[in-house]
Design a protein around this ligand. Sequence first.
Ligand code: ZN
Length: 178
Amino acid sequence: MNRTQILIIVVIVVTFVIIYFIKRKSINTWIKQRYEDSKTAYYLNKLHPKIRKRAKEFLKKADDEGIKLNITSSFRTLAEQTKLYNQGRTTGGNIVTGAKAGQSFHNYGLAFDVVPSEGYNSNKWNKIGALGESFGFEWGGRWSKPDKPHFQDRFGYSWSALLSEVKNGNLKGDYVKV
Ligand SMILES: [Zn+2]
């Protein structure tokens, strides 16, 4: 074997080792790096622990397919939901939600809203919706009153069942047990 052949083999081996370590980096590191310029990482970490990892994997998969999704909302307290519900009704701005406090799965950390980096008028919503569904999320884009940015997992519960769980103090940390 001459020196050139040895050099080629060394380069190939080093390349594979580097690829291996890059791939091994956890999804959390990826999220942190990919979203250091936005609030997406913050919103992801506020999600219910039962859907947090899946939501991250959904974003990673979308990114792999050339769609960078940003999260614009995740967990909302009941007080925050009331403030949002009042918007356009008793306070200024446009109406943005029909859900009162407790009626949104955001109030349990079980819902999040995404928007692709090119903005709301993206032509990729159907692909985004299908991708989210492949991770087990229900997509708001299929509702009779579509809410394209919205994804959630009800775990078989109605919002009223979850609200009574919260009122009964059936919590684990900040989150309702599901
Ligand atoms: Zn939403």
